[in-house]
Design a binder for this molecule. Sequence first.
Ligand code: 13P
Ligand code: SF4
Length: 336
Amino acid sequence: MSVMNIERARENVQKVGFLDVDIDPALDLFEEINRLKKEKNAVILAHYYQEPDIQDVADFIGDSLGLAQQAEKTKADIIVFAGVHFMAETAKILNPGKKVLLPDLKAGCSLSDSAPPDLFKKFKDEHPDHIVISYINCSAGIKALTDIICTSTNAKPIVDSLPQDQKIIFAPDRNLGAYINKMSGRKMVLWNGSCMVHEMFSRERITKLKVRYPEAKVIAHPECEETILEMADFIGSTTQLLKFTQKDEAKEFIVATEMGILYQMEKRSPEKVFIPAPPENSCACNNCPHMKLNTLEKLYLCLEYELPEITMEEELRVAALRPIRRMLEMSAQLGL
Ligand code: 13P
Ligand code: SF4
């Protein structure tokens, strides 16, 4: 691209969040993406909630913890993060010297948005004797106000490793926080945030499904509300749910999380049946509108033009790095 075109591309990204450029429909995007990855020494990290084509072209597919661990150890020069903004931001915090790209800058997260740093700072100041544990689904601004980051894979073991009388603020997900409180007998103070996808599931519609599939096991992500978690035979992060479906003897599963994960479940256990847990509305699918902003076309363009790129002020990055490092160290100690 000429200098002039790069400037135009940057303006384009500022306006719409991604490169809005026409692609030759005859182009084999899988081949092109694989070629660009090799040429540029780039790695594609994708969350399980991404569309199947993106999962197929990724170098690593995982949950939030797995992706952060991969971002920490990658030797690539460019990280293309097929996920949402806070995930790519975490990769940048861990890799200030690398280029971190996100196919669509507008791929946000309702949970992360539910905790604006200025309001959270006031909340924290009201609890001066508490430490802060934040779920990784939060902005760099919240991470900078946090003592330990966690994900749904390691949240409970991290909390369990702290003294029972340690006062804790847990942010931003009230459902995950309430679940840990219940399981560990703690009274963590919870920030009132939630995920728009995991709050949608309908207890009534899941009950009807259970009548239709009496042998099916209900599996749920801990971001779901308590009324849904109460119905679950197994609760876990996306990686834990996937592993459960592979090793459990059940043949049918009602899955209460974002439906992108069903692709890997079906791929790894083709003989089993996976039914998305129905939401409150008339729709039968549970897509995260933020995750699904990324497409194979945007991924290709982002790798080709190296835009949109994640950038961050160094002071904020350094402050946000401390609690992420703490999580990665604690996870390694806990064997996670
Ligand atoms: P995990 O990746 O920890 O399972 O969390 C799911 C999620 O909602 C990510 O946005
Ligand atoms: Fe955020 Fe929920 Fe989407 Fe995950 S599924 S990115 S928590 S809105």
